[in-house]
Design a protein. Sequence first.
Length: 461
Amino acid sequence: MTEIIKRNKALSVSPLKASAPVGASLAFLGINNAIPMMHGSQGCTAFGKVFFVRHFREPIPLQTTAMDQVSSVMGADDNIVEGLKNLCEKSRPALIGLPSTGLAETQGADMKGAVKKFRDQYPEYNAVKVIPVNTPDFTGCLETGFAAAVYAMIDQLVPEADAAKTKPGNRRRQVNLIVSAMLTPGDVETIKEIIEDFGLRPVAIPDLSDSLDGHLTEDSFSPLTIGGMPVNEFETLGDSIATLTIGPSMYKSAELLHKRTAVPDYRFDHLMGLENMDRFIQALHDISGQQVPETYDRQRSQLQDAMLDTHFMLGQVRFAMAGDADLVKAYSDFVVGMGSEVVVAVVPSKGEAMKAIPAQDVKIGDLEDLEQLAAERQANIVIGSSHAVASAQRLGVPIIRAGFPQYDLIGGYQRCWVGYRSSRQTLFEMANILLSNNHHHEVKPYLSPLAQKPEYRLEVA
């Protein structure tokens, strides 16, 4: 049984987590014509924006209420009102996300009260949706902030189903898709394509594959998000035939949507490997009533062949993992299914998936904890974000970069990990890394200590 090891330090050494306000802002960036505005100091927002720009290699629309010393003590409600008014006046967004920061939460900000004050003073901007969400830096991580923002959007934008007028399935081809923060824009794009292959129309909540996929546009600059889920789509979620939820951190949002709309929902911890993908394909078959396309039968058989080809290299390999709970759960299930062992998994904070991670120990901690436990248990390979690269180098083992942020390579945000085809490619990558670093089980040649080494002499004519 997995043992959960709680924090026993008063500080973080080589911190692992990205903060909850960053996660909430990421969720709002998946909505079309939207902009997040962090309620905090300029430094709070600048810190998050640096990671976004380095990870996605794109200009990121992100604003701040710019709390200073005076407003931190006397109250910053006016900062919220003035910031909302300026954004509505200059940019005309469809939605403004308002995540709090540690400074605002410590100060005791009443964001809902400030939004009400804004509505009373500027009724001409009532068409702009404003979503306040409490995401202090000192609680949770990117995953929890992302989940809190999605929950808040569903809570405020999805109307209660009217049984007399609206029933689930009015839109027979529409499927709601609630996605976790662990999924890259490339993952979301692939999942949408699989759903479309069954004749269904996915509505991703939020849709990072349309806003942060790295595409060029005709506009040279936009102060708002370009692409993503349209805000008016929230009103149609109750008409969908089903809801598909990926990631345990999003199950609370799925419960809220089901309670509000009565749309049947299907839940998946992740979509890596055979078992979860089989369940996902079966669900799409049941929802659509269509036969499974032959391409997925072939991709499944290719994955099975790859599992046979690589299990010699991956069997009994010792993995160390660091990341948010959803992500660590997905990768742990994947490698354990190949006969590997997760000797330690480090997560930055509690998560819904934490207790189900198939690891020897799950530690709530930082990258120093990862290094110490990985060295003690002789890990062969590390899975983590770019923050974990230095730890892997000190351990002398290779690393597979996964999660947020990835700033020491290009294209990590677009890497696809889900589905039969991507699972197959991930197996090949892991096996090749182990082979190139001599972390495999081949018998090394025996060299006798009694063997005489040939002497080489340089004769000069």
